[in-house]
Design a protein around this ligand. Sequence first.
Ligand SMILES: [Zn+2]
Ligand SMILES: [Zn+2]
Length: 170
Amino acid sequence: MRTRITVRPTGDRTIDLRVAADVRRDLWAHSPVEIDPDNPLHGTHRDEQGRAYFEFSTRYPDEITRVLRDYGHTERVEDRQVKEPVGQACQNCGNIVGPVFPTVCPNCDFRDISACSACLHETPRESYTRIAGDLFRCPHCQSHVRLRFNEPMFLGDGTYNQPLVVVAQV
Ligand SMILES: [Zn+2]
Ligand SMILES: [Zn+2]
C-alpha cells in the first residue's frame, strides 16, 4: 500500500520542501515505513497544484497517522492512500505529477505539449486518442490533430526546445 504525504502550501516553496524533509525524517525514525524500489516517489515531487509531496509503502497506515500527530505534523501535511499508477516524469526535471502529466510541469514550468491547435484547450499528451501514426483525436473538440516532437528537439545551449510536443492542424 502506498501512502502519499502532501505538504499544505505555506506560500513559500523552500519552506514546503523543508516541511517535507522534516516529516520524512520523523516517519523514517519512528514508524515502520519501507522503501519501494519500484516507486520513484520517495523523493519530493510536485503535484498538479504545485504542492510538494512524497510517497512510501507501509503495511501500517494507522502508524503513519499516529507519528504525524505525535510529532506535530498534522496541521502541516495530509496523508492518504494511493492506488493510481505512478505516471510519467517531466522530461526536463524528472518531476512526477500524477497518473497523467499535465501540459506544463508544476515544478520547473517546462512545457511538455502545446495547447490543442483546434480548440486551444490545455490537453495533456496522454489524453489524446491515437488514431494512426501521429494522428490523434482531441478529447475536448474531437478534432483530428497531429502530435509531433518539436524540431529541433534541443536548442543550441542543450536545453529542450519547448514545447517538447507540438500539436498541429491536420
Ligand atoms: Zn519539470
Ligand atoms: Zn481540441
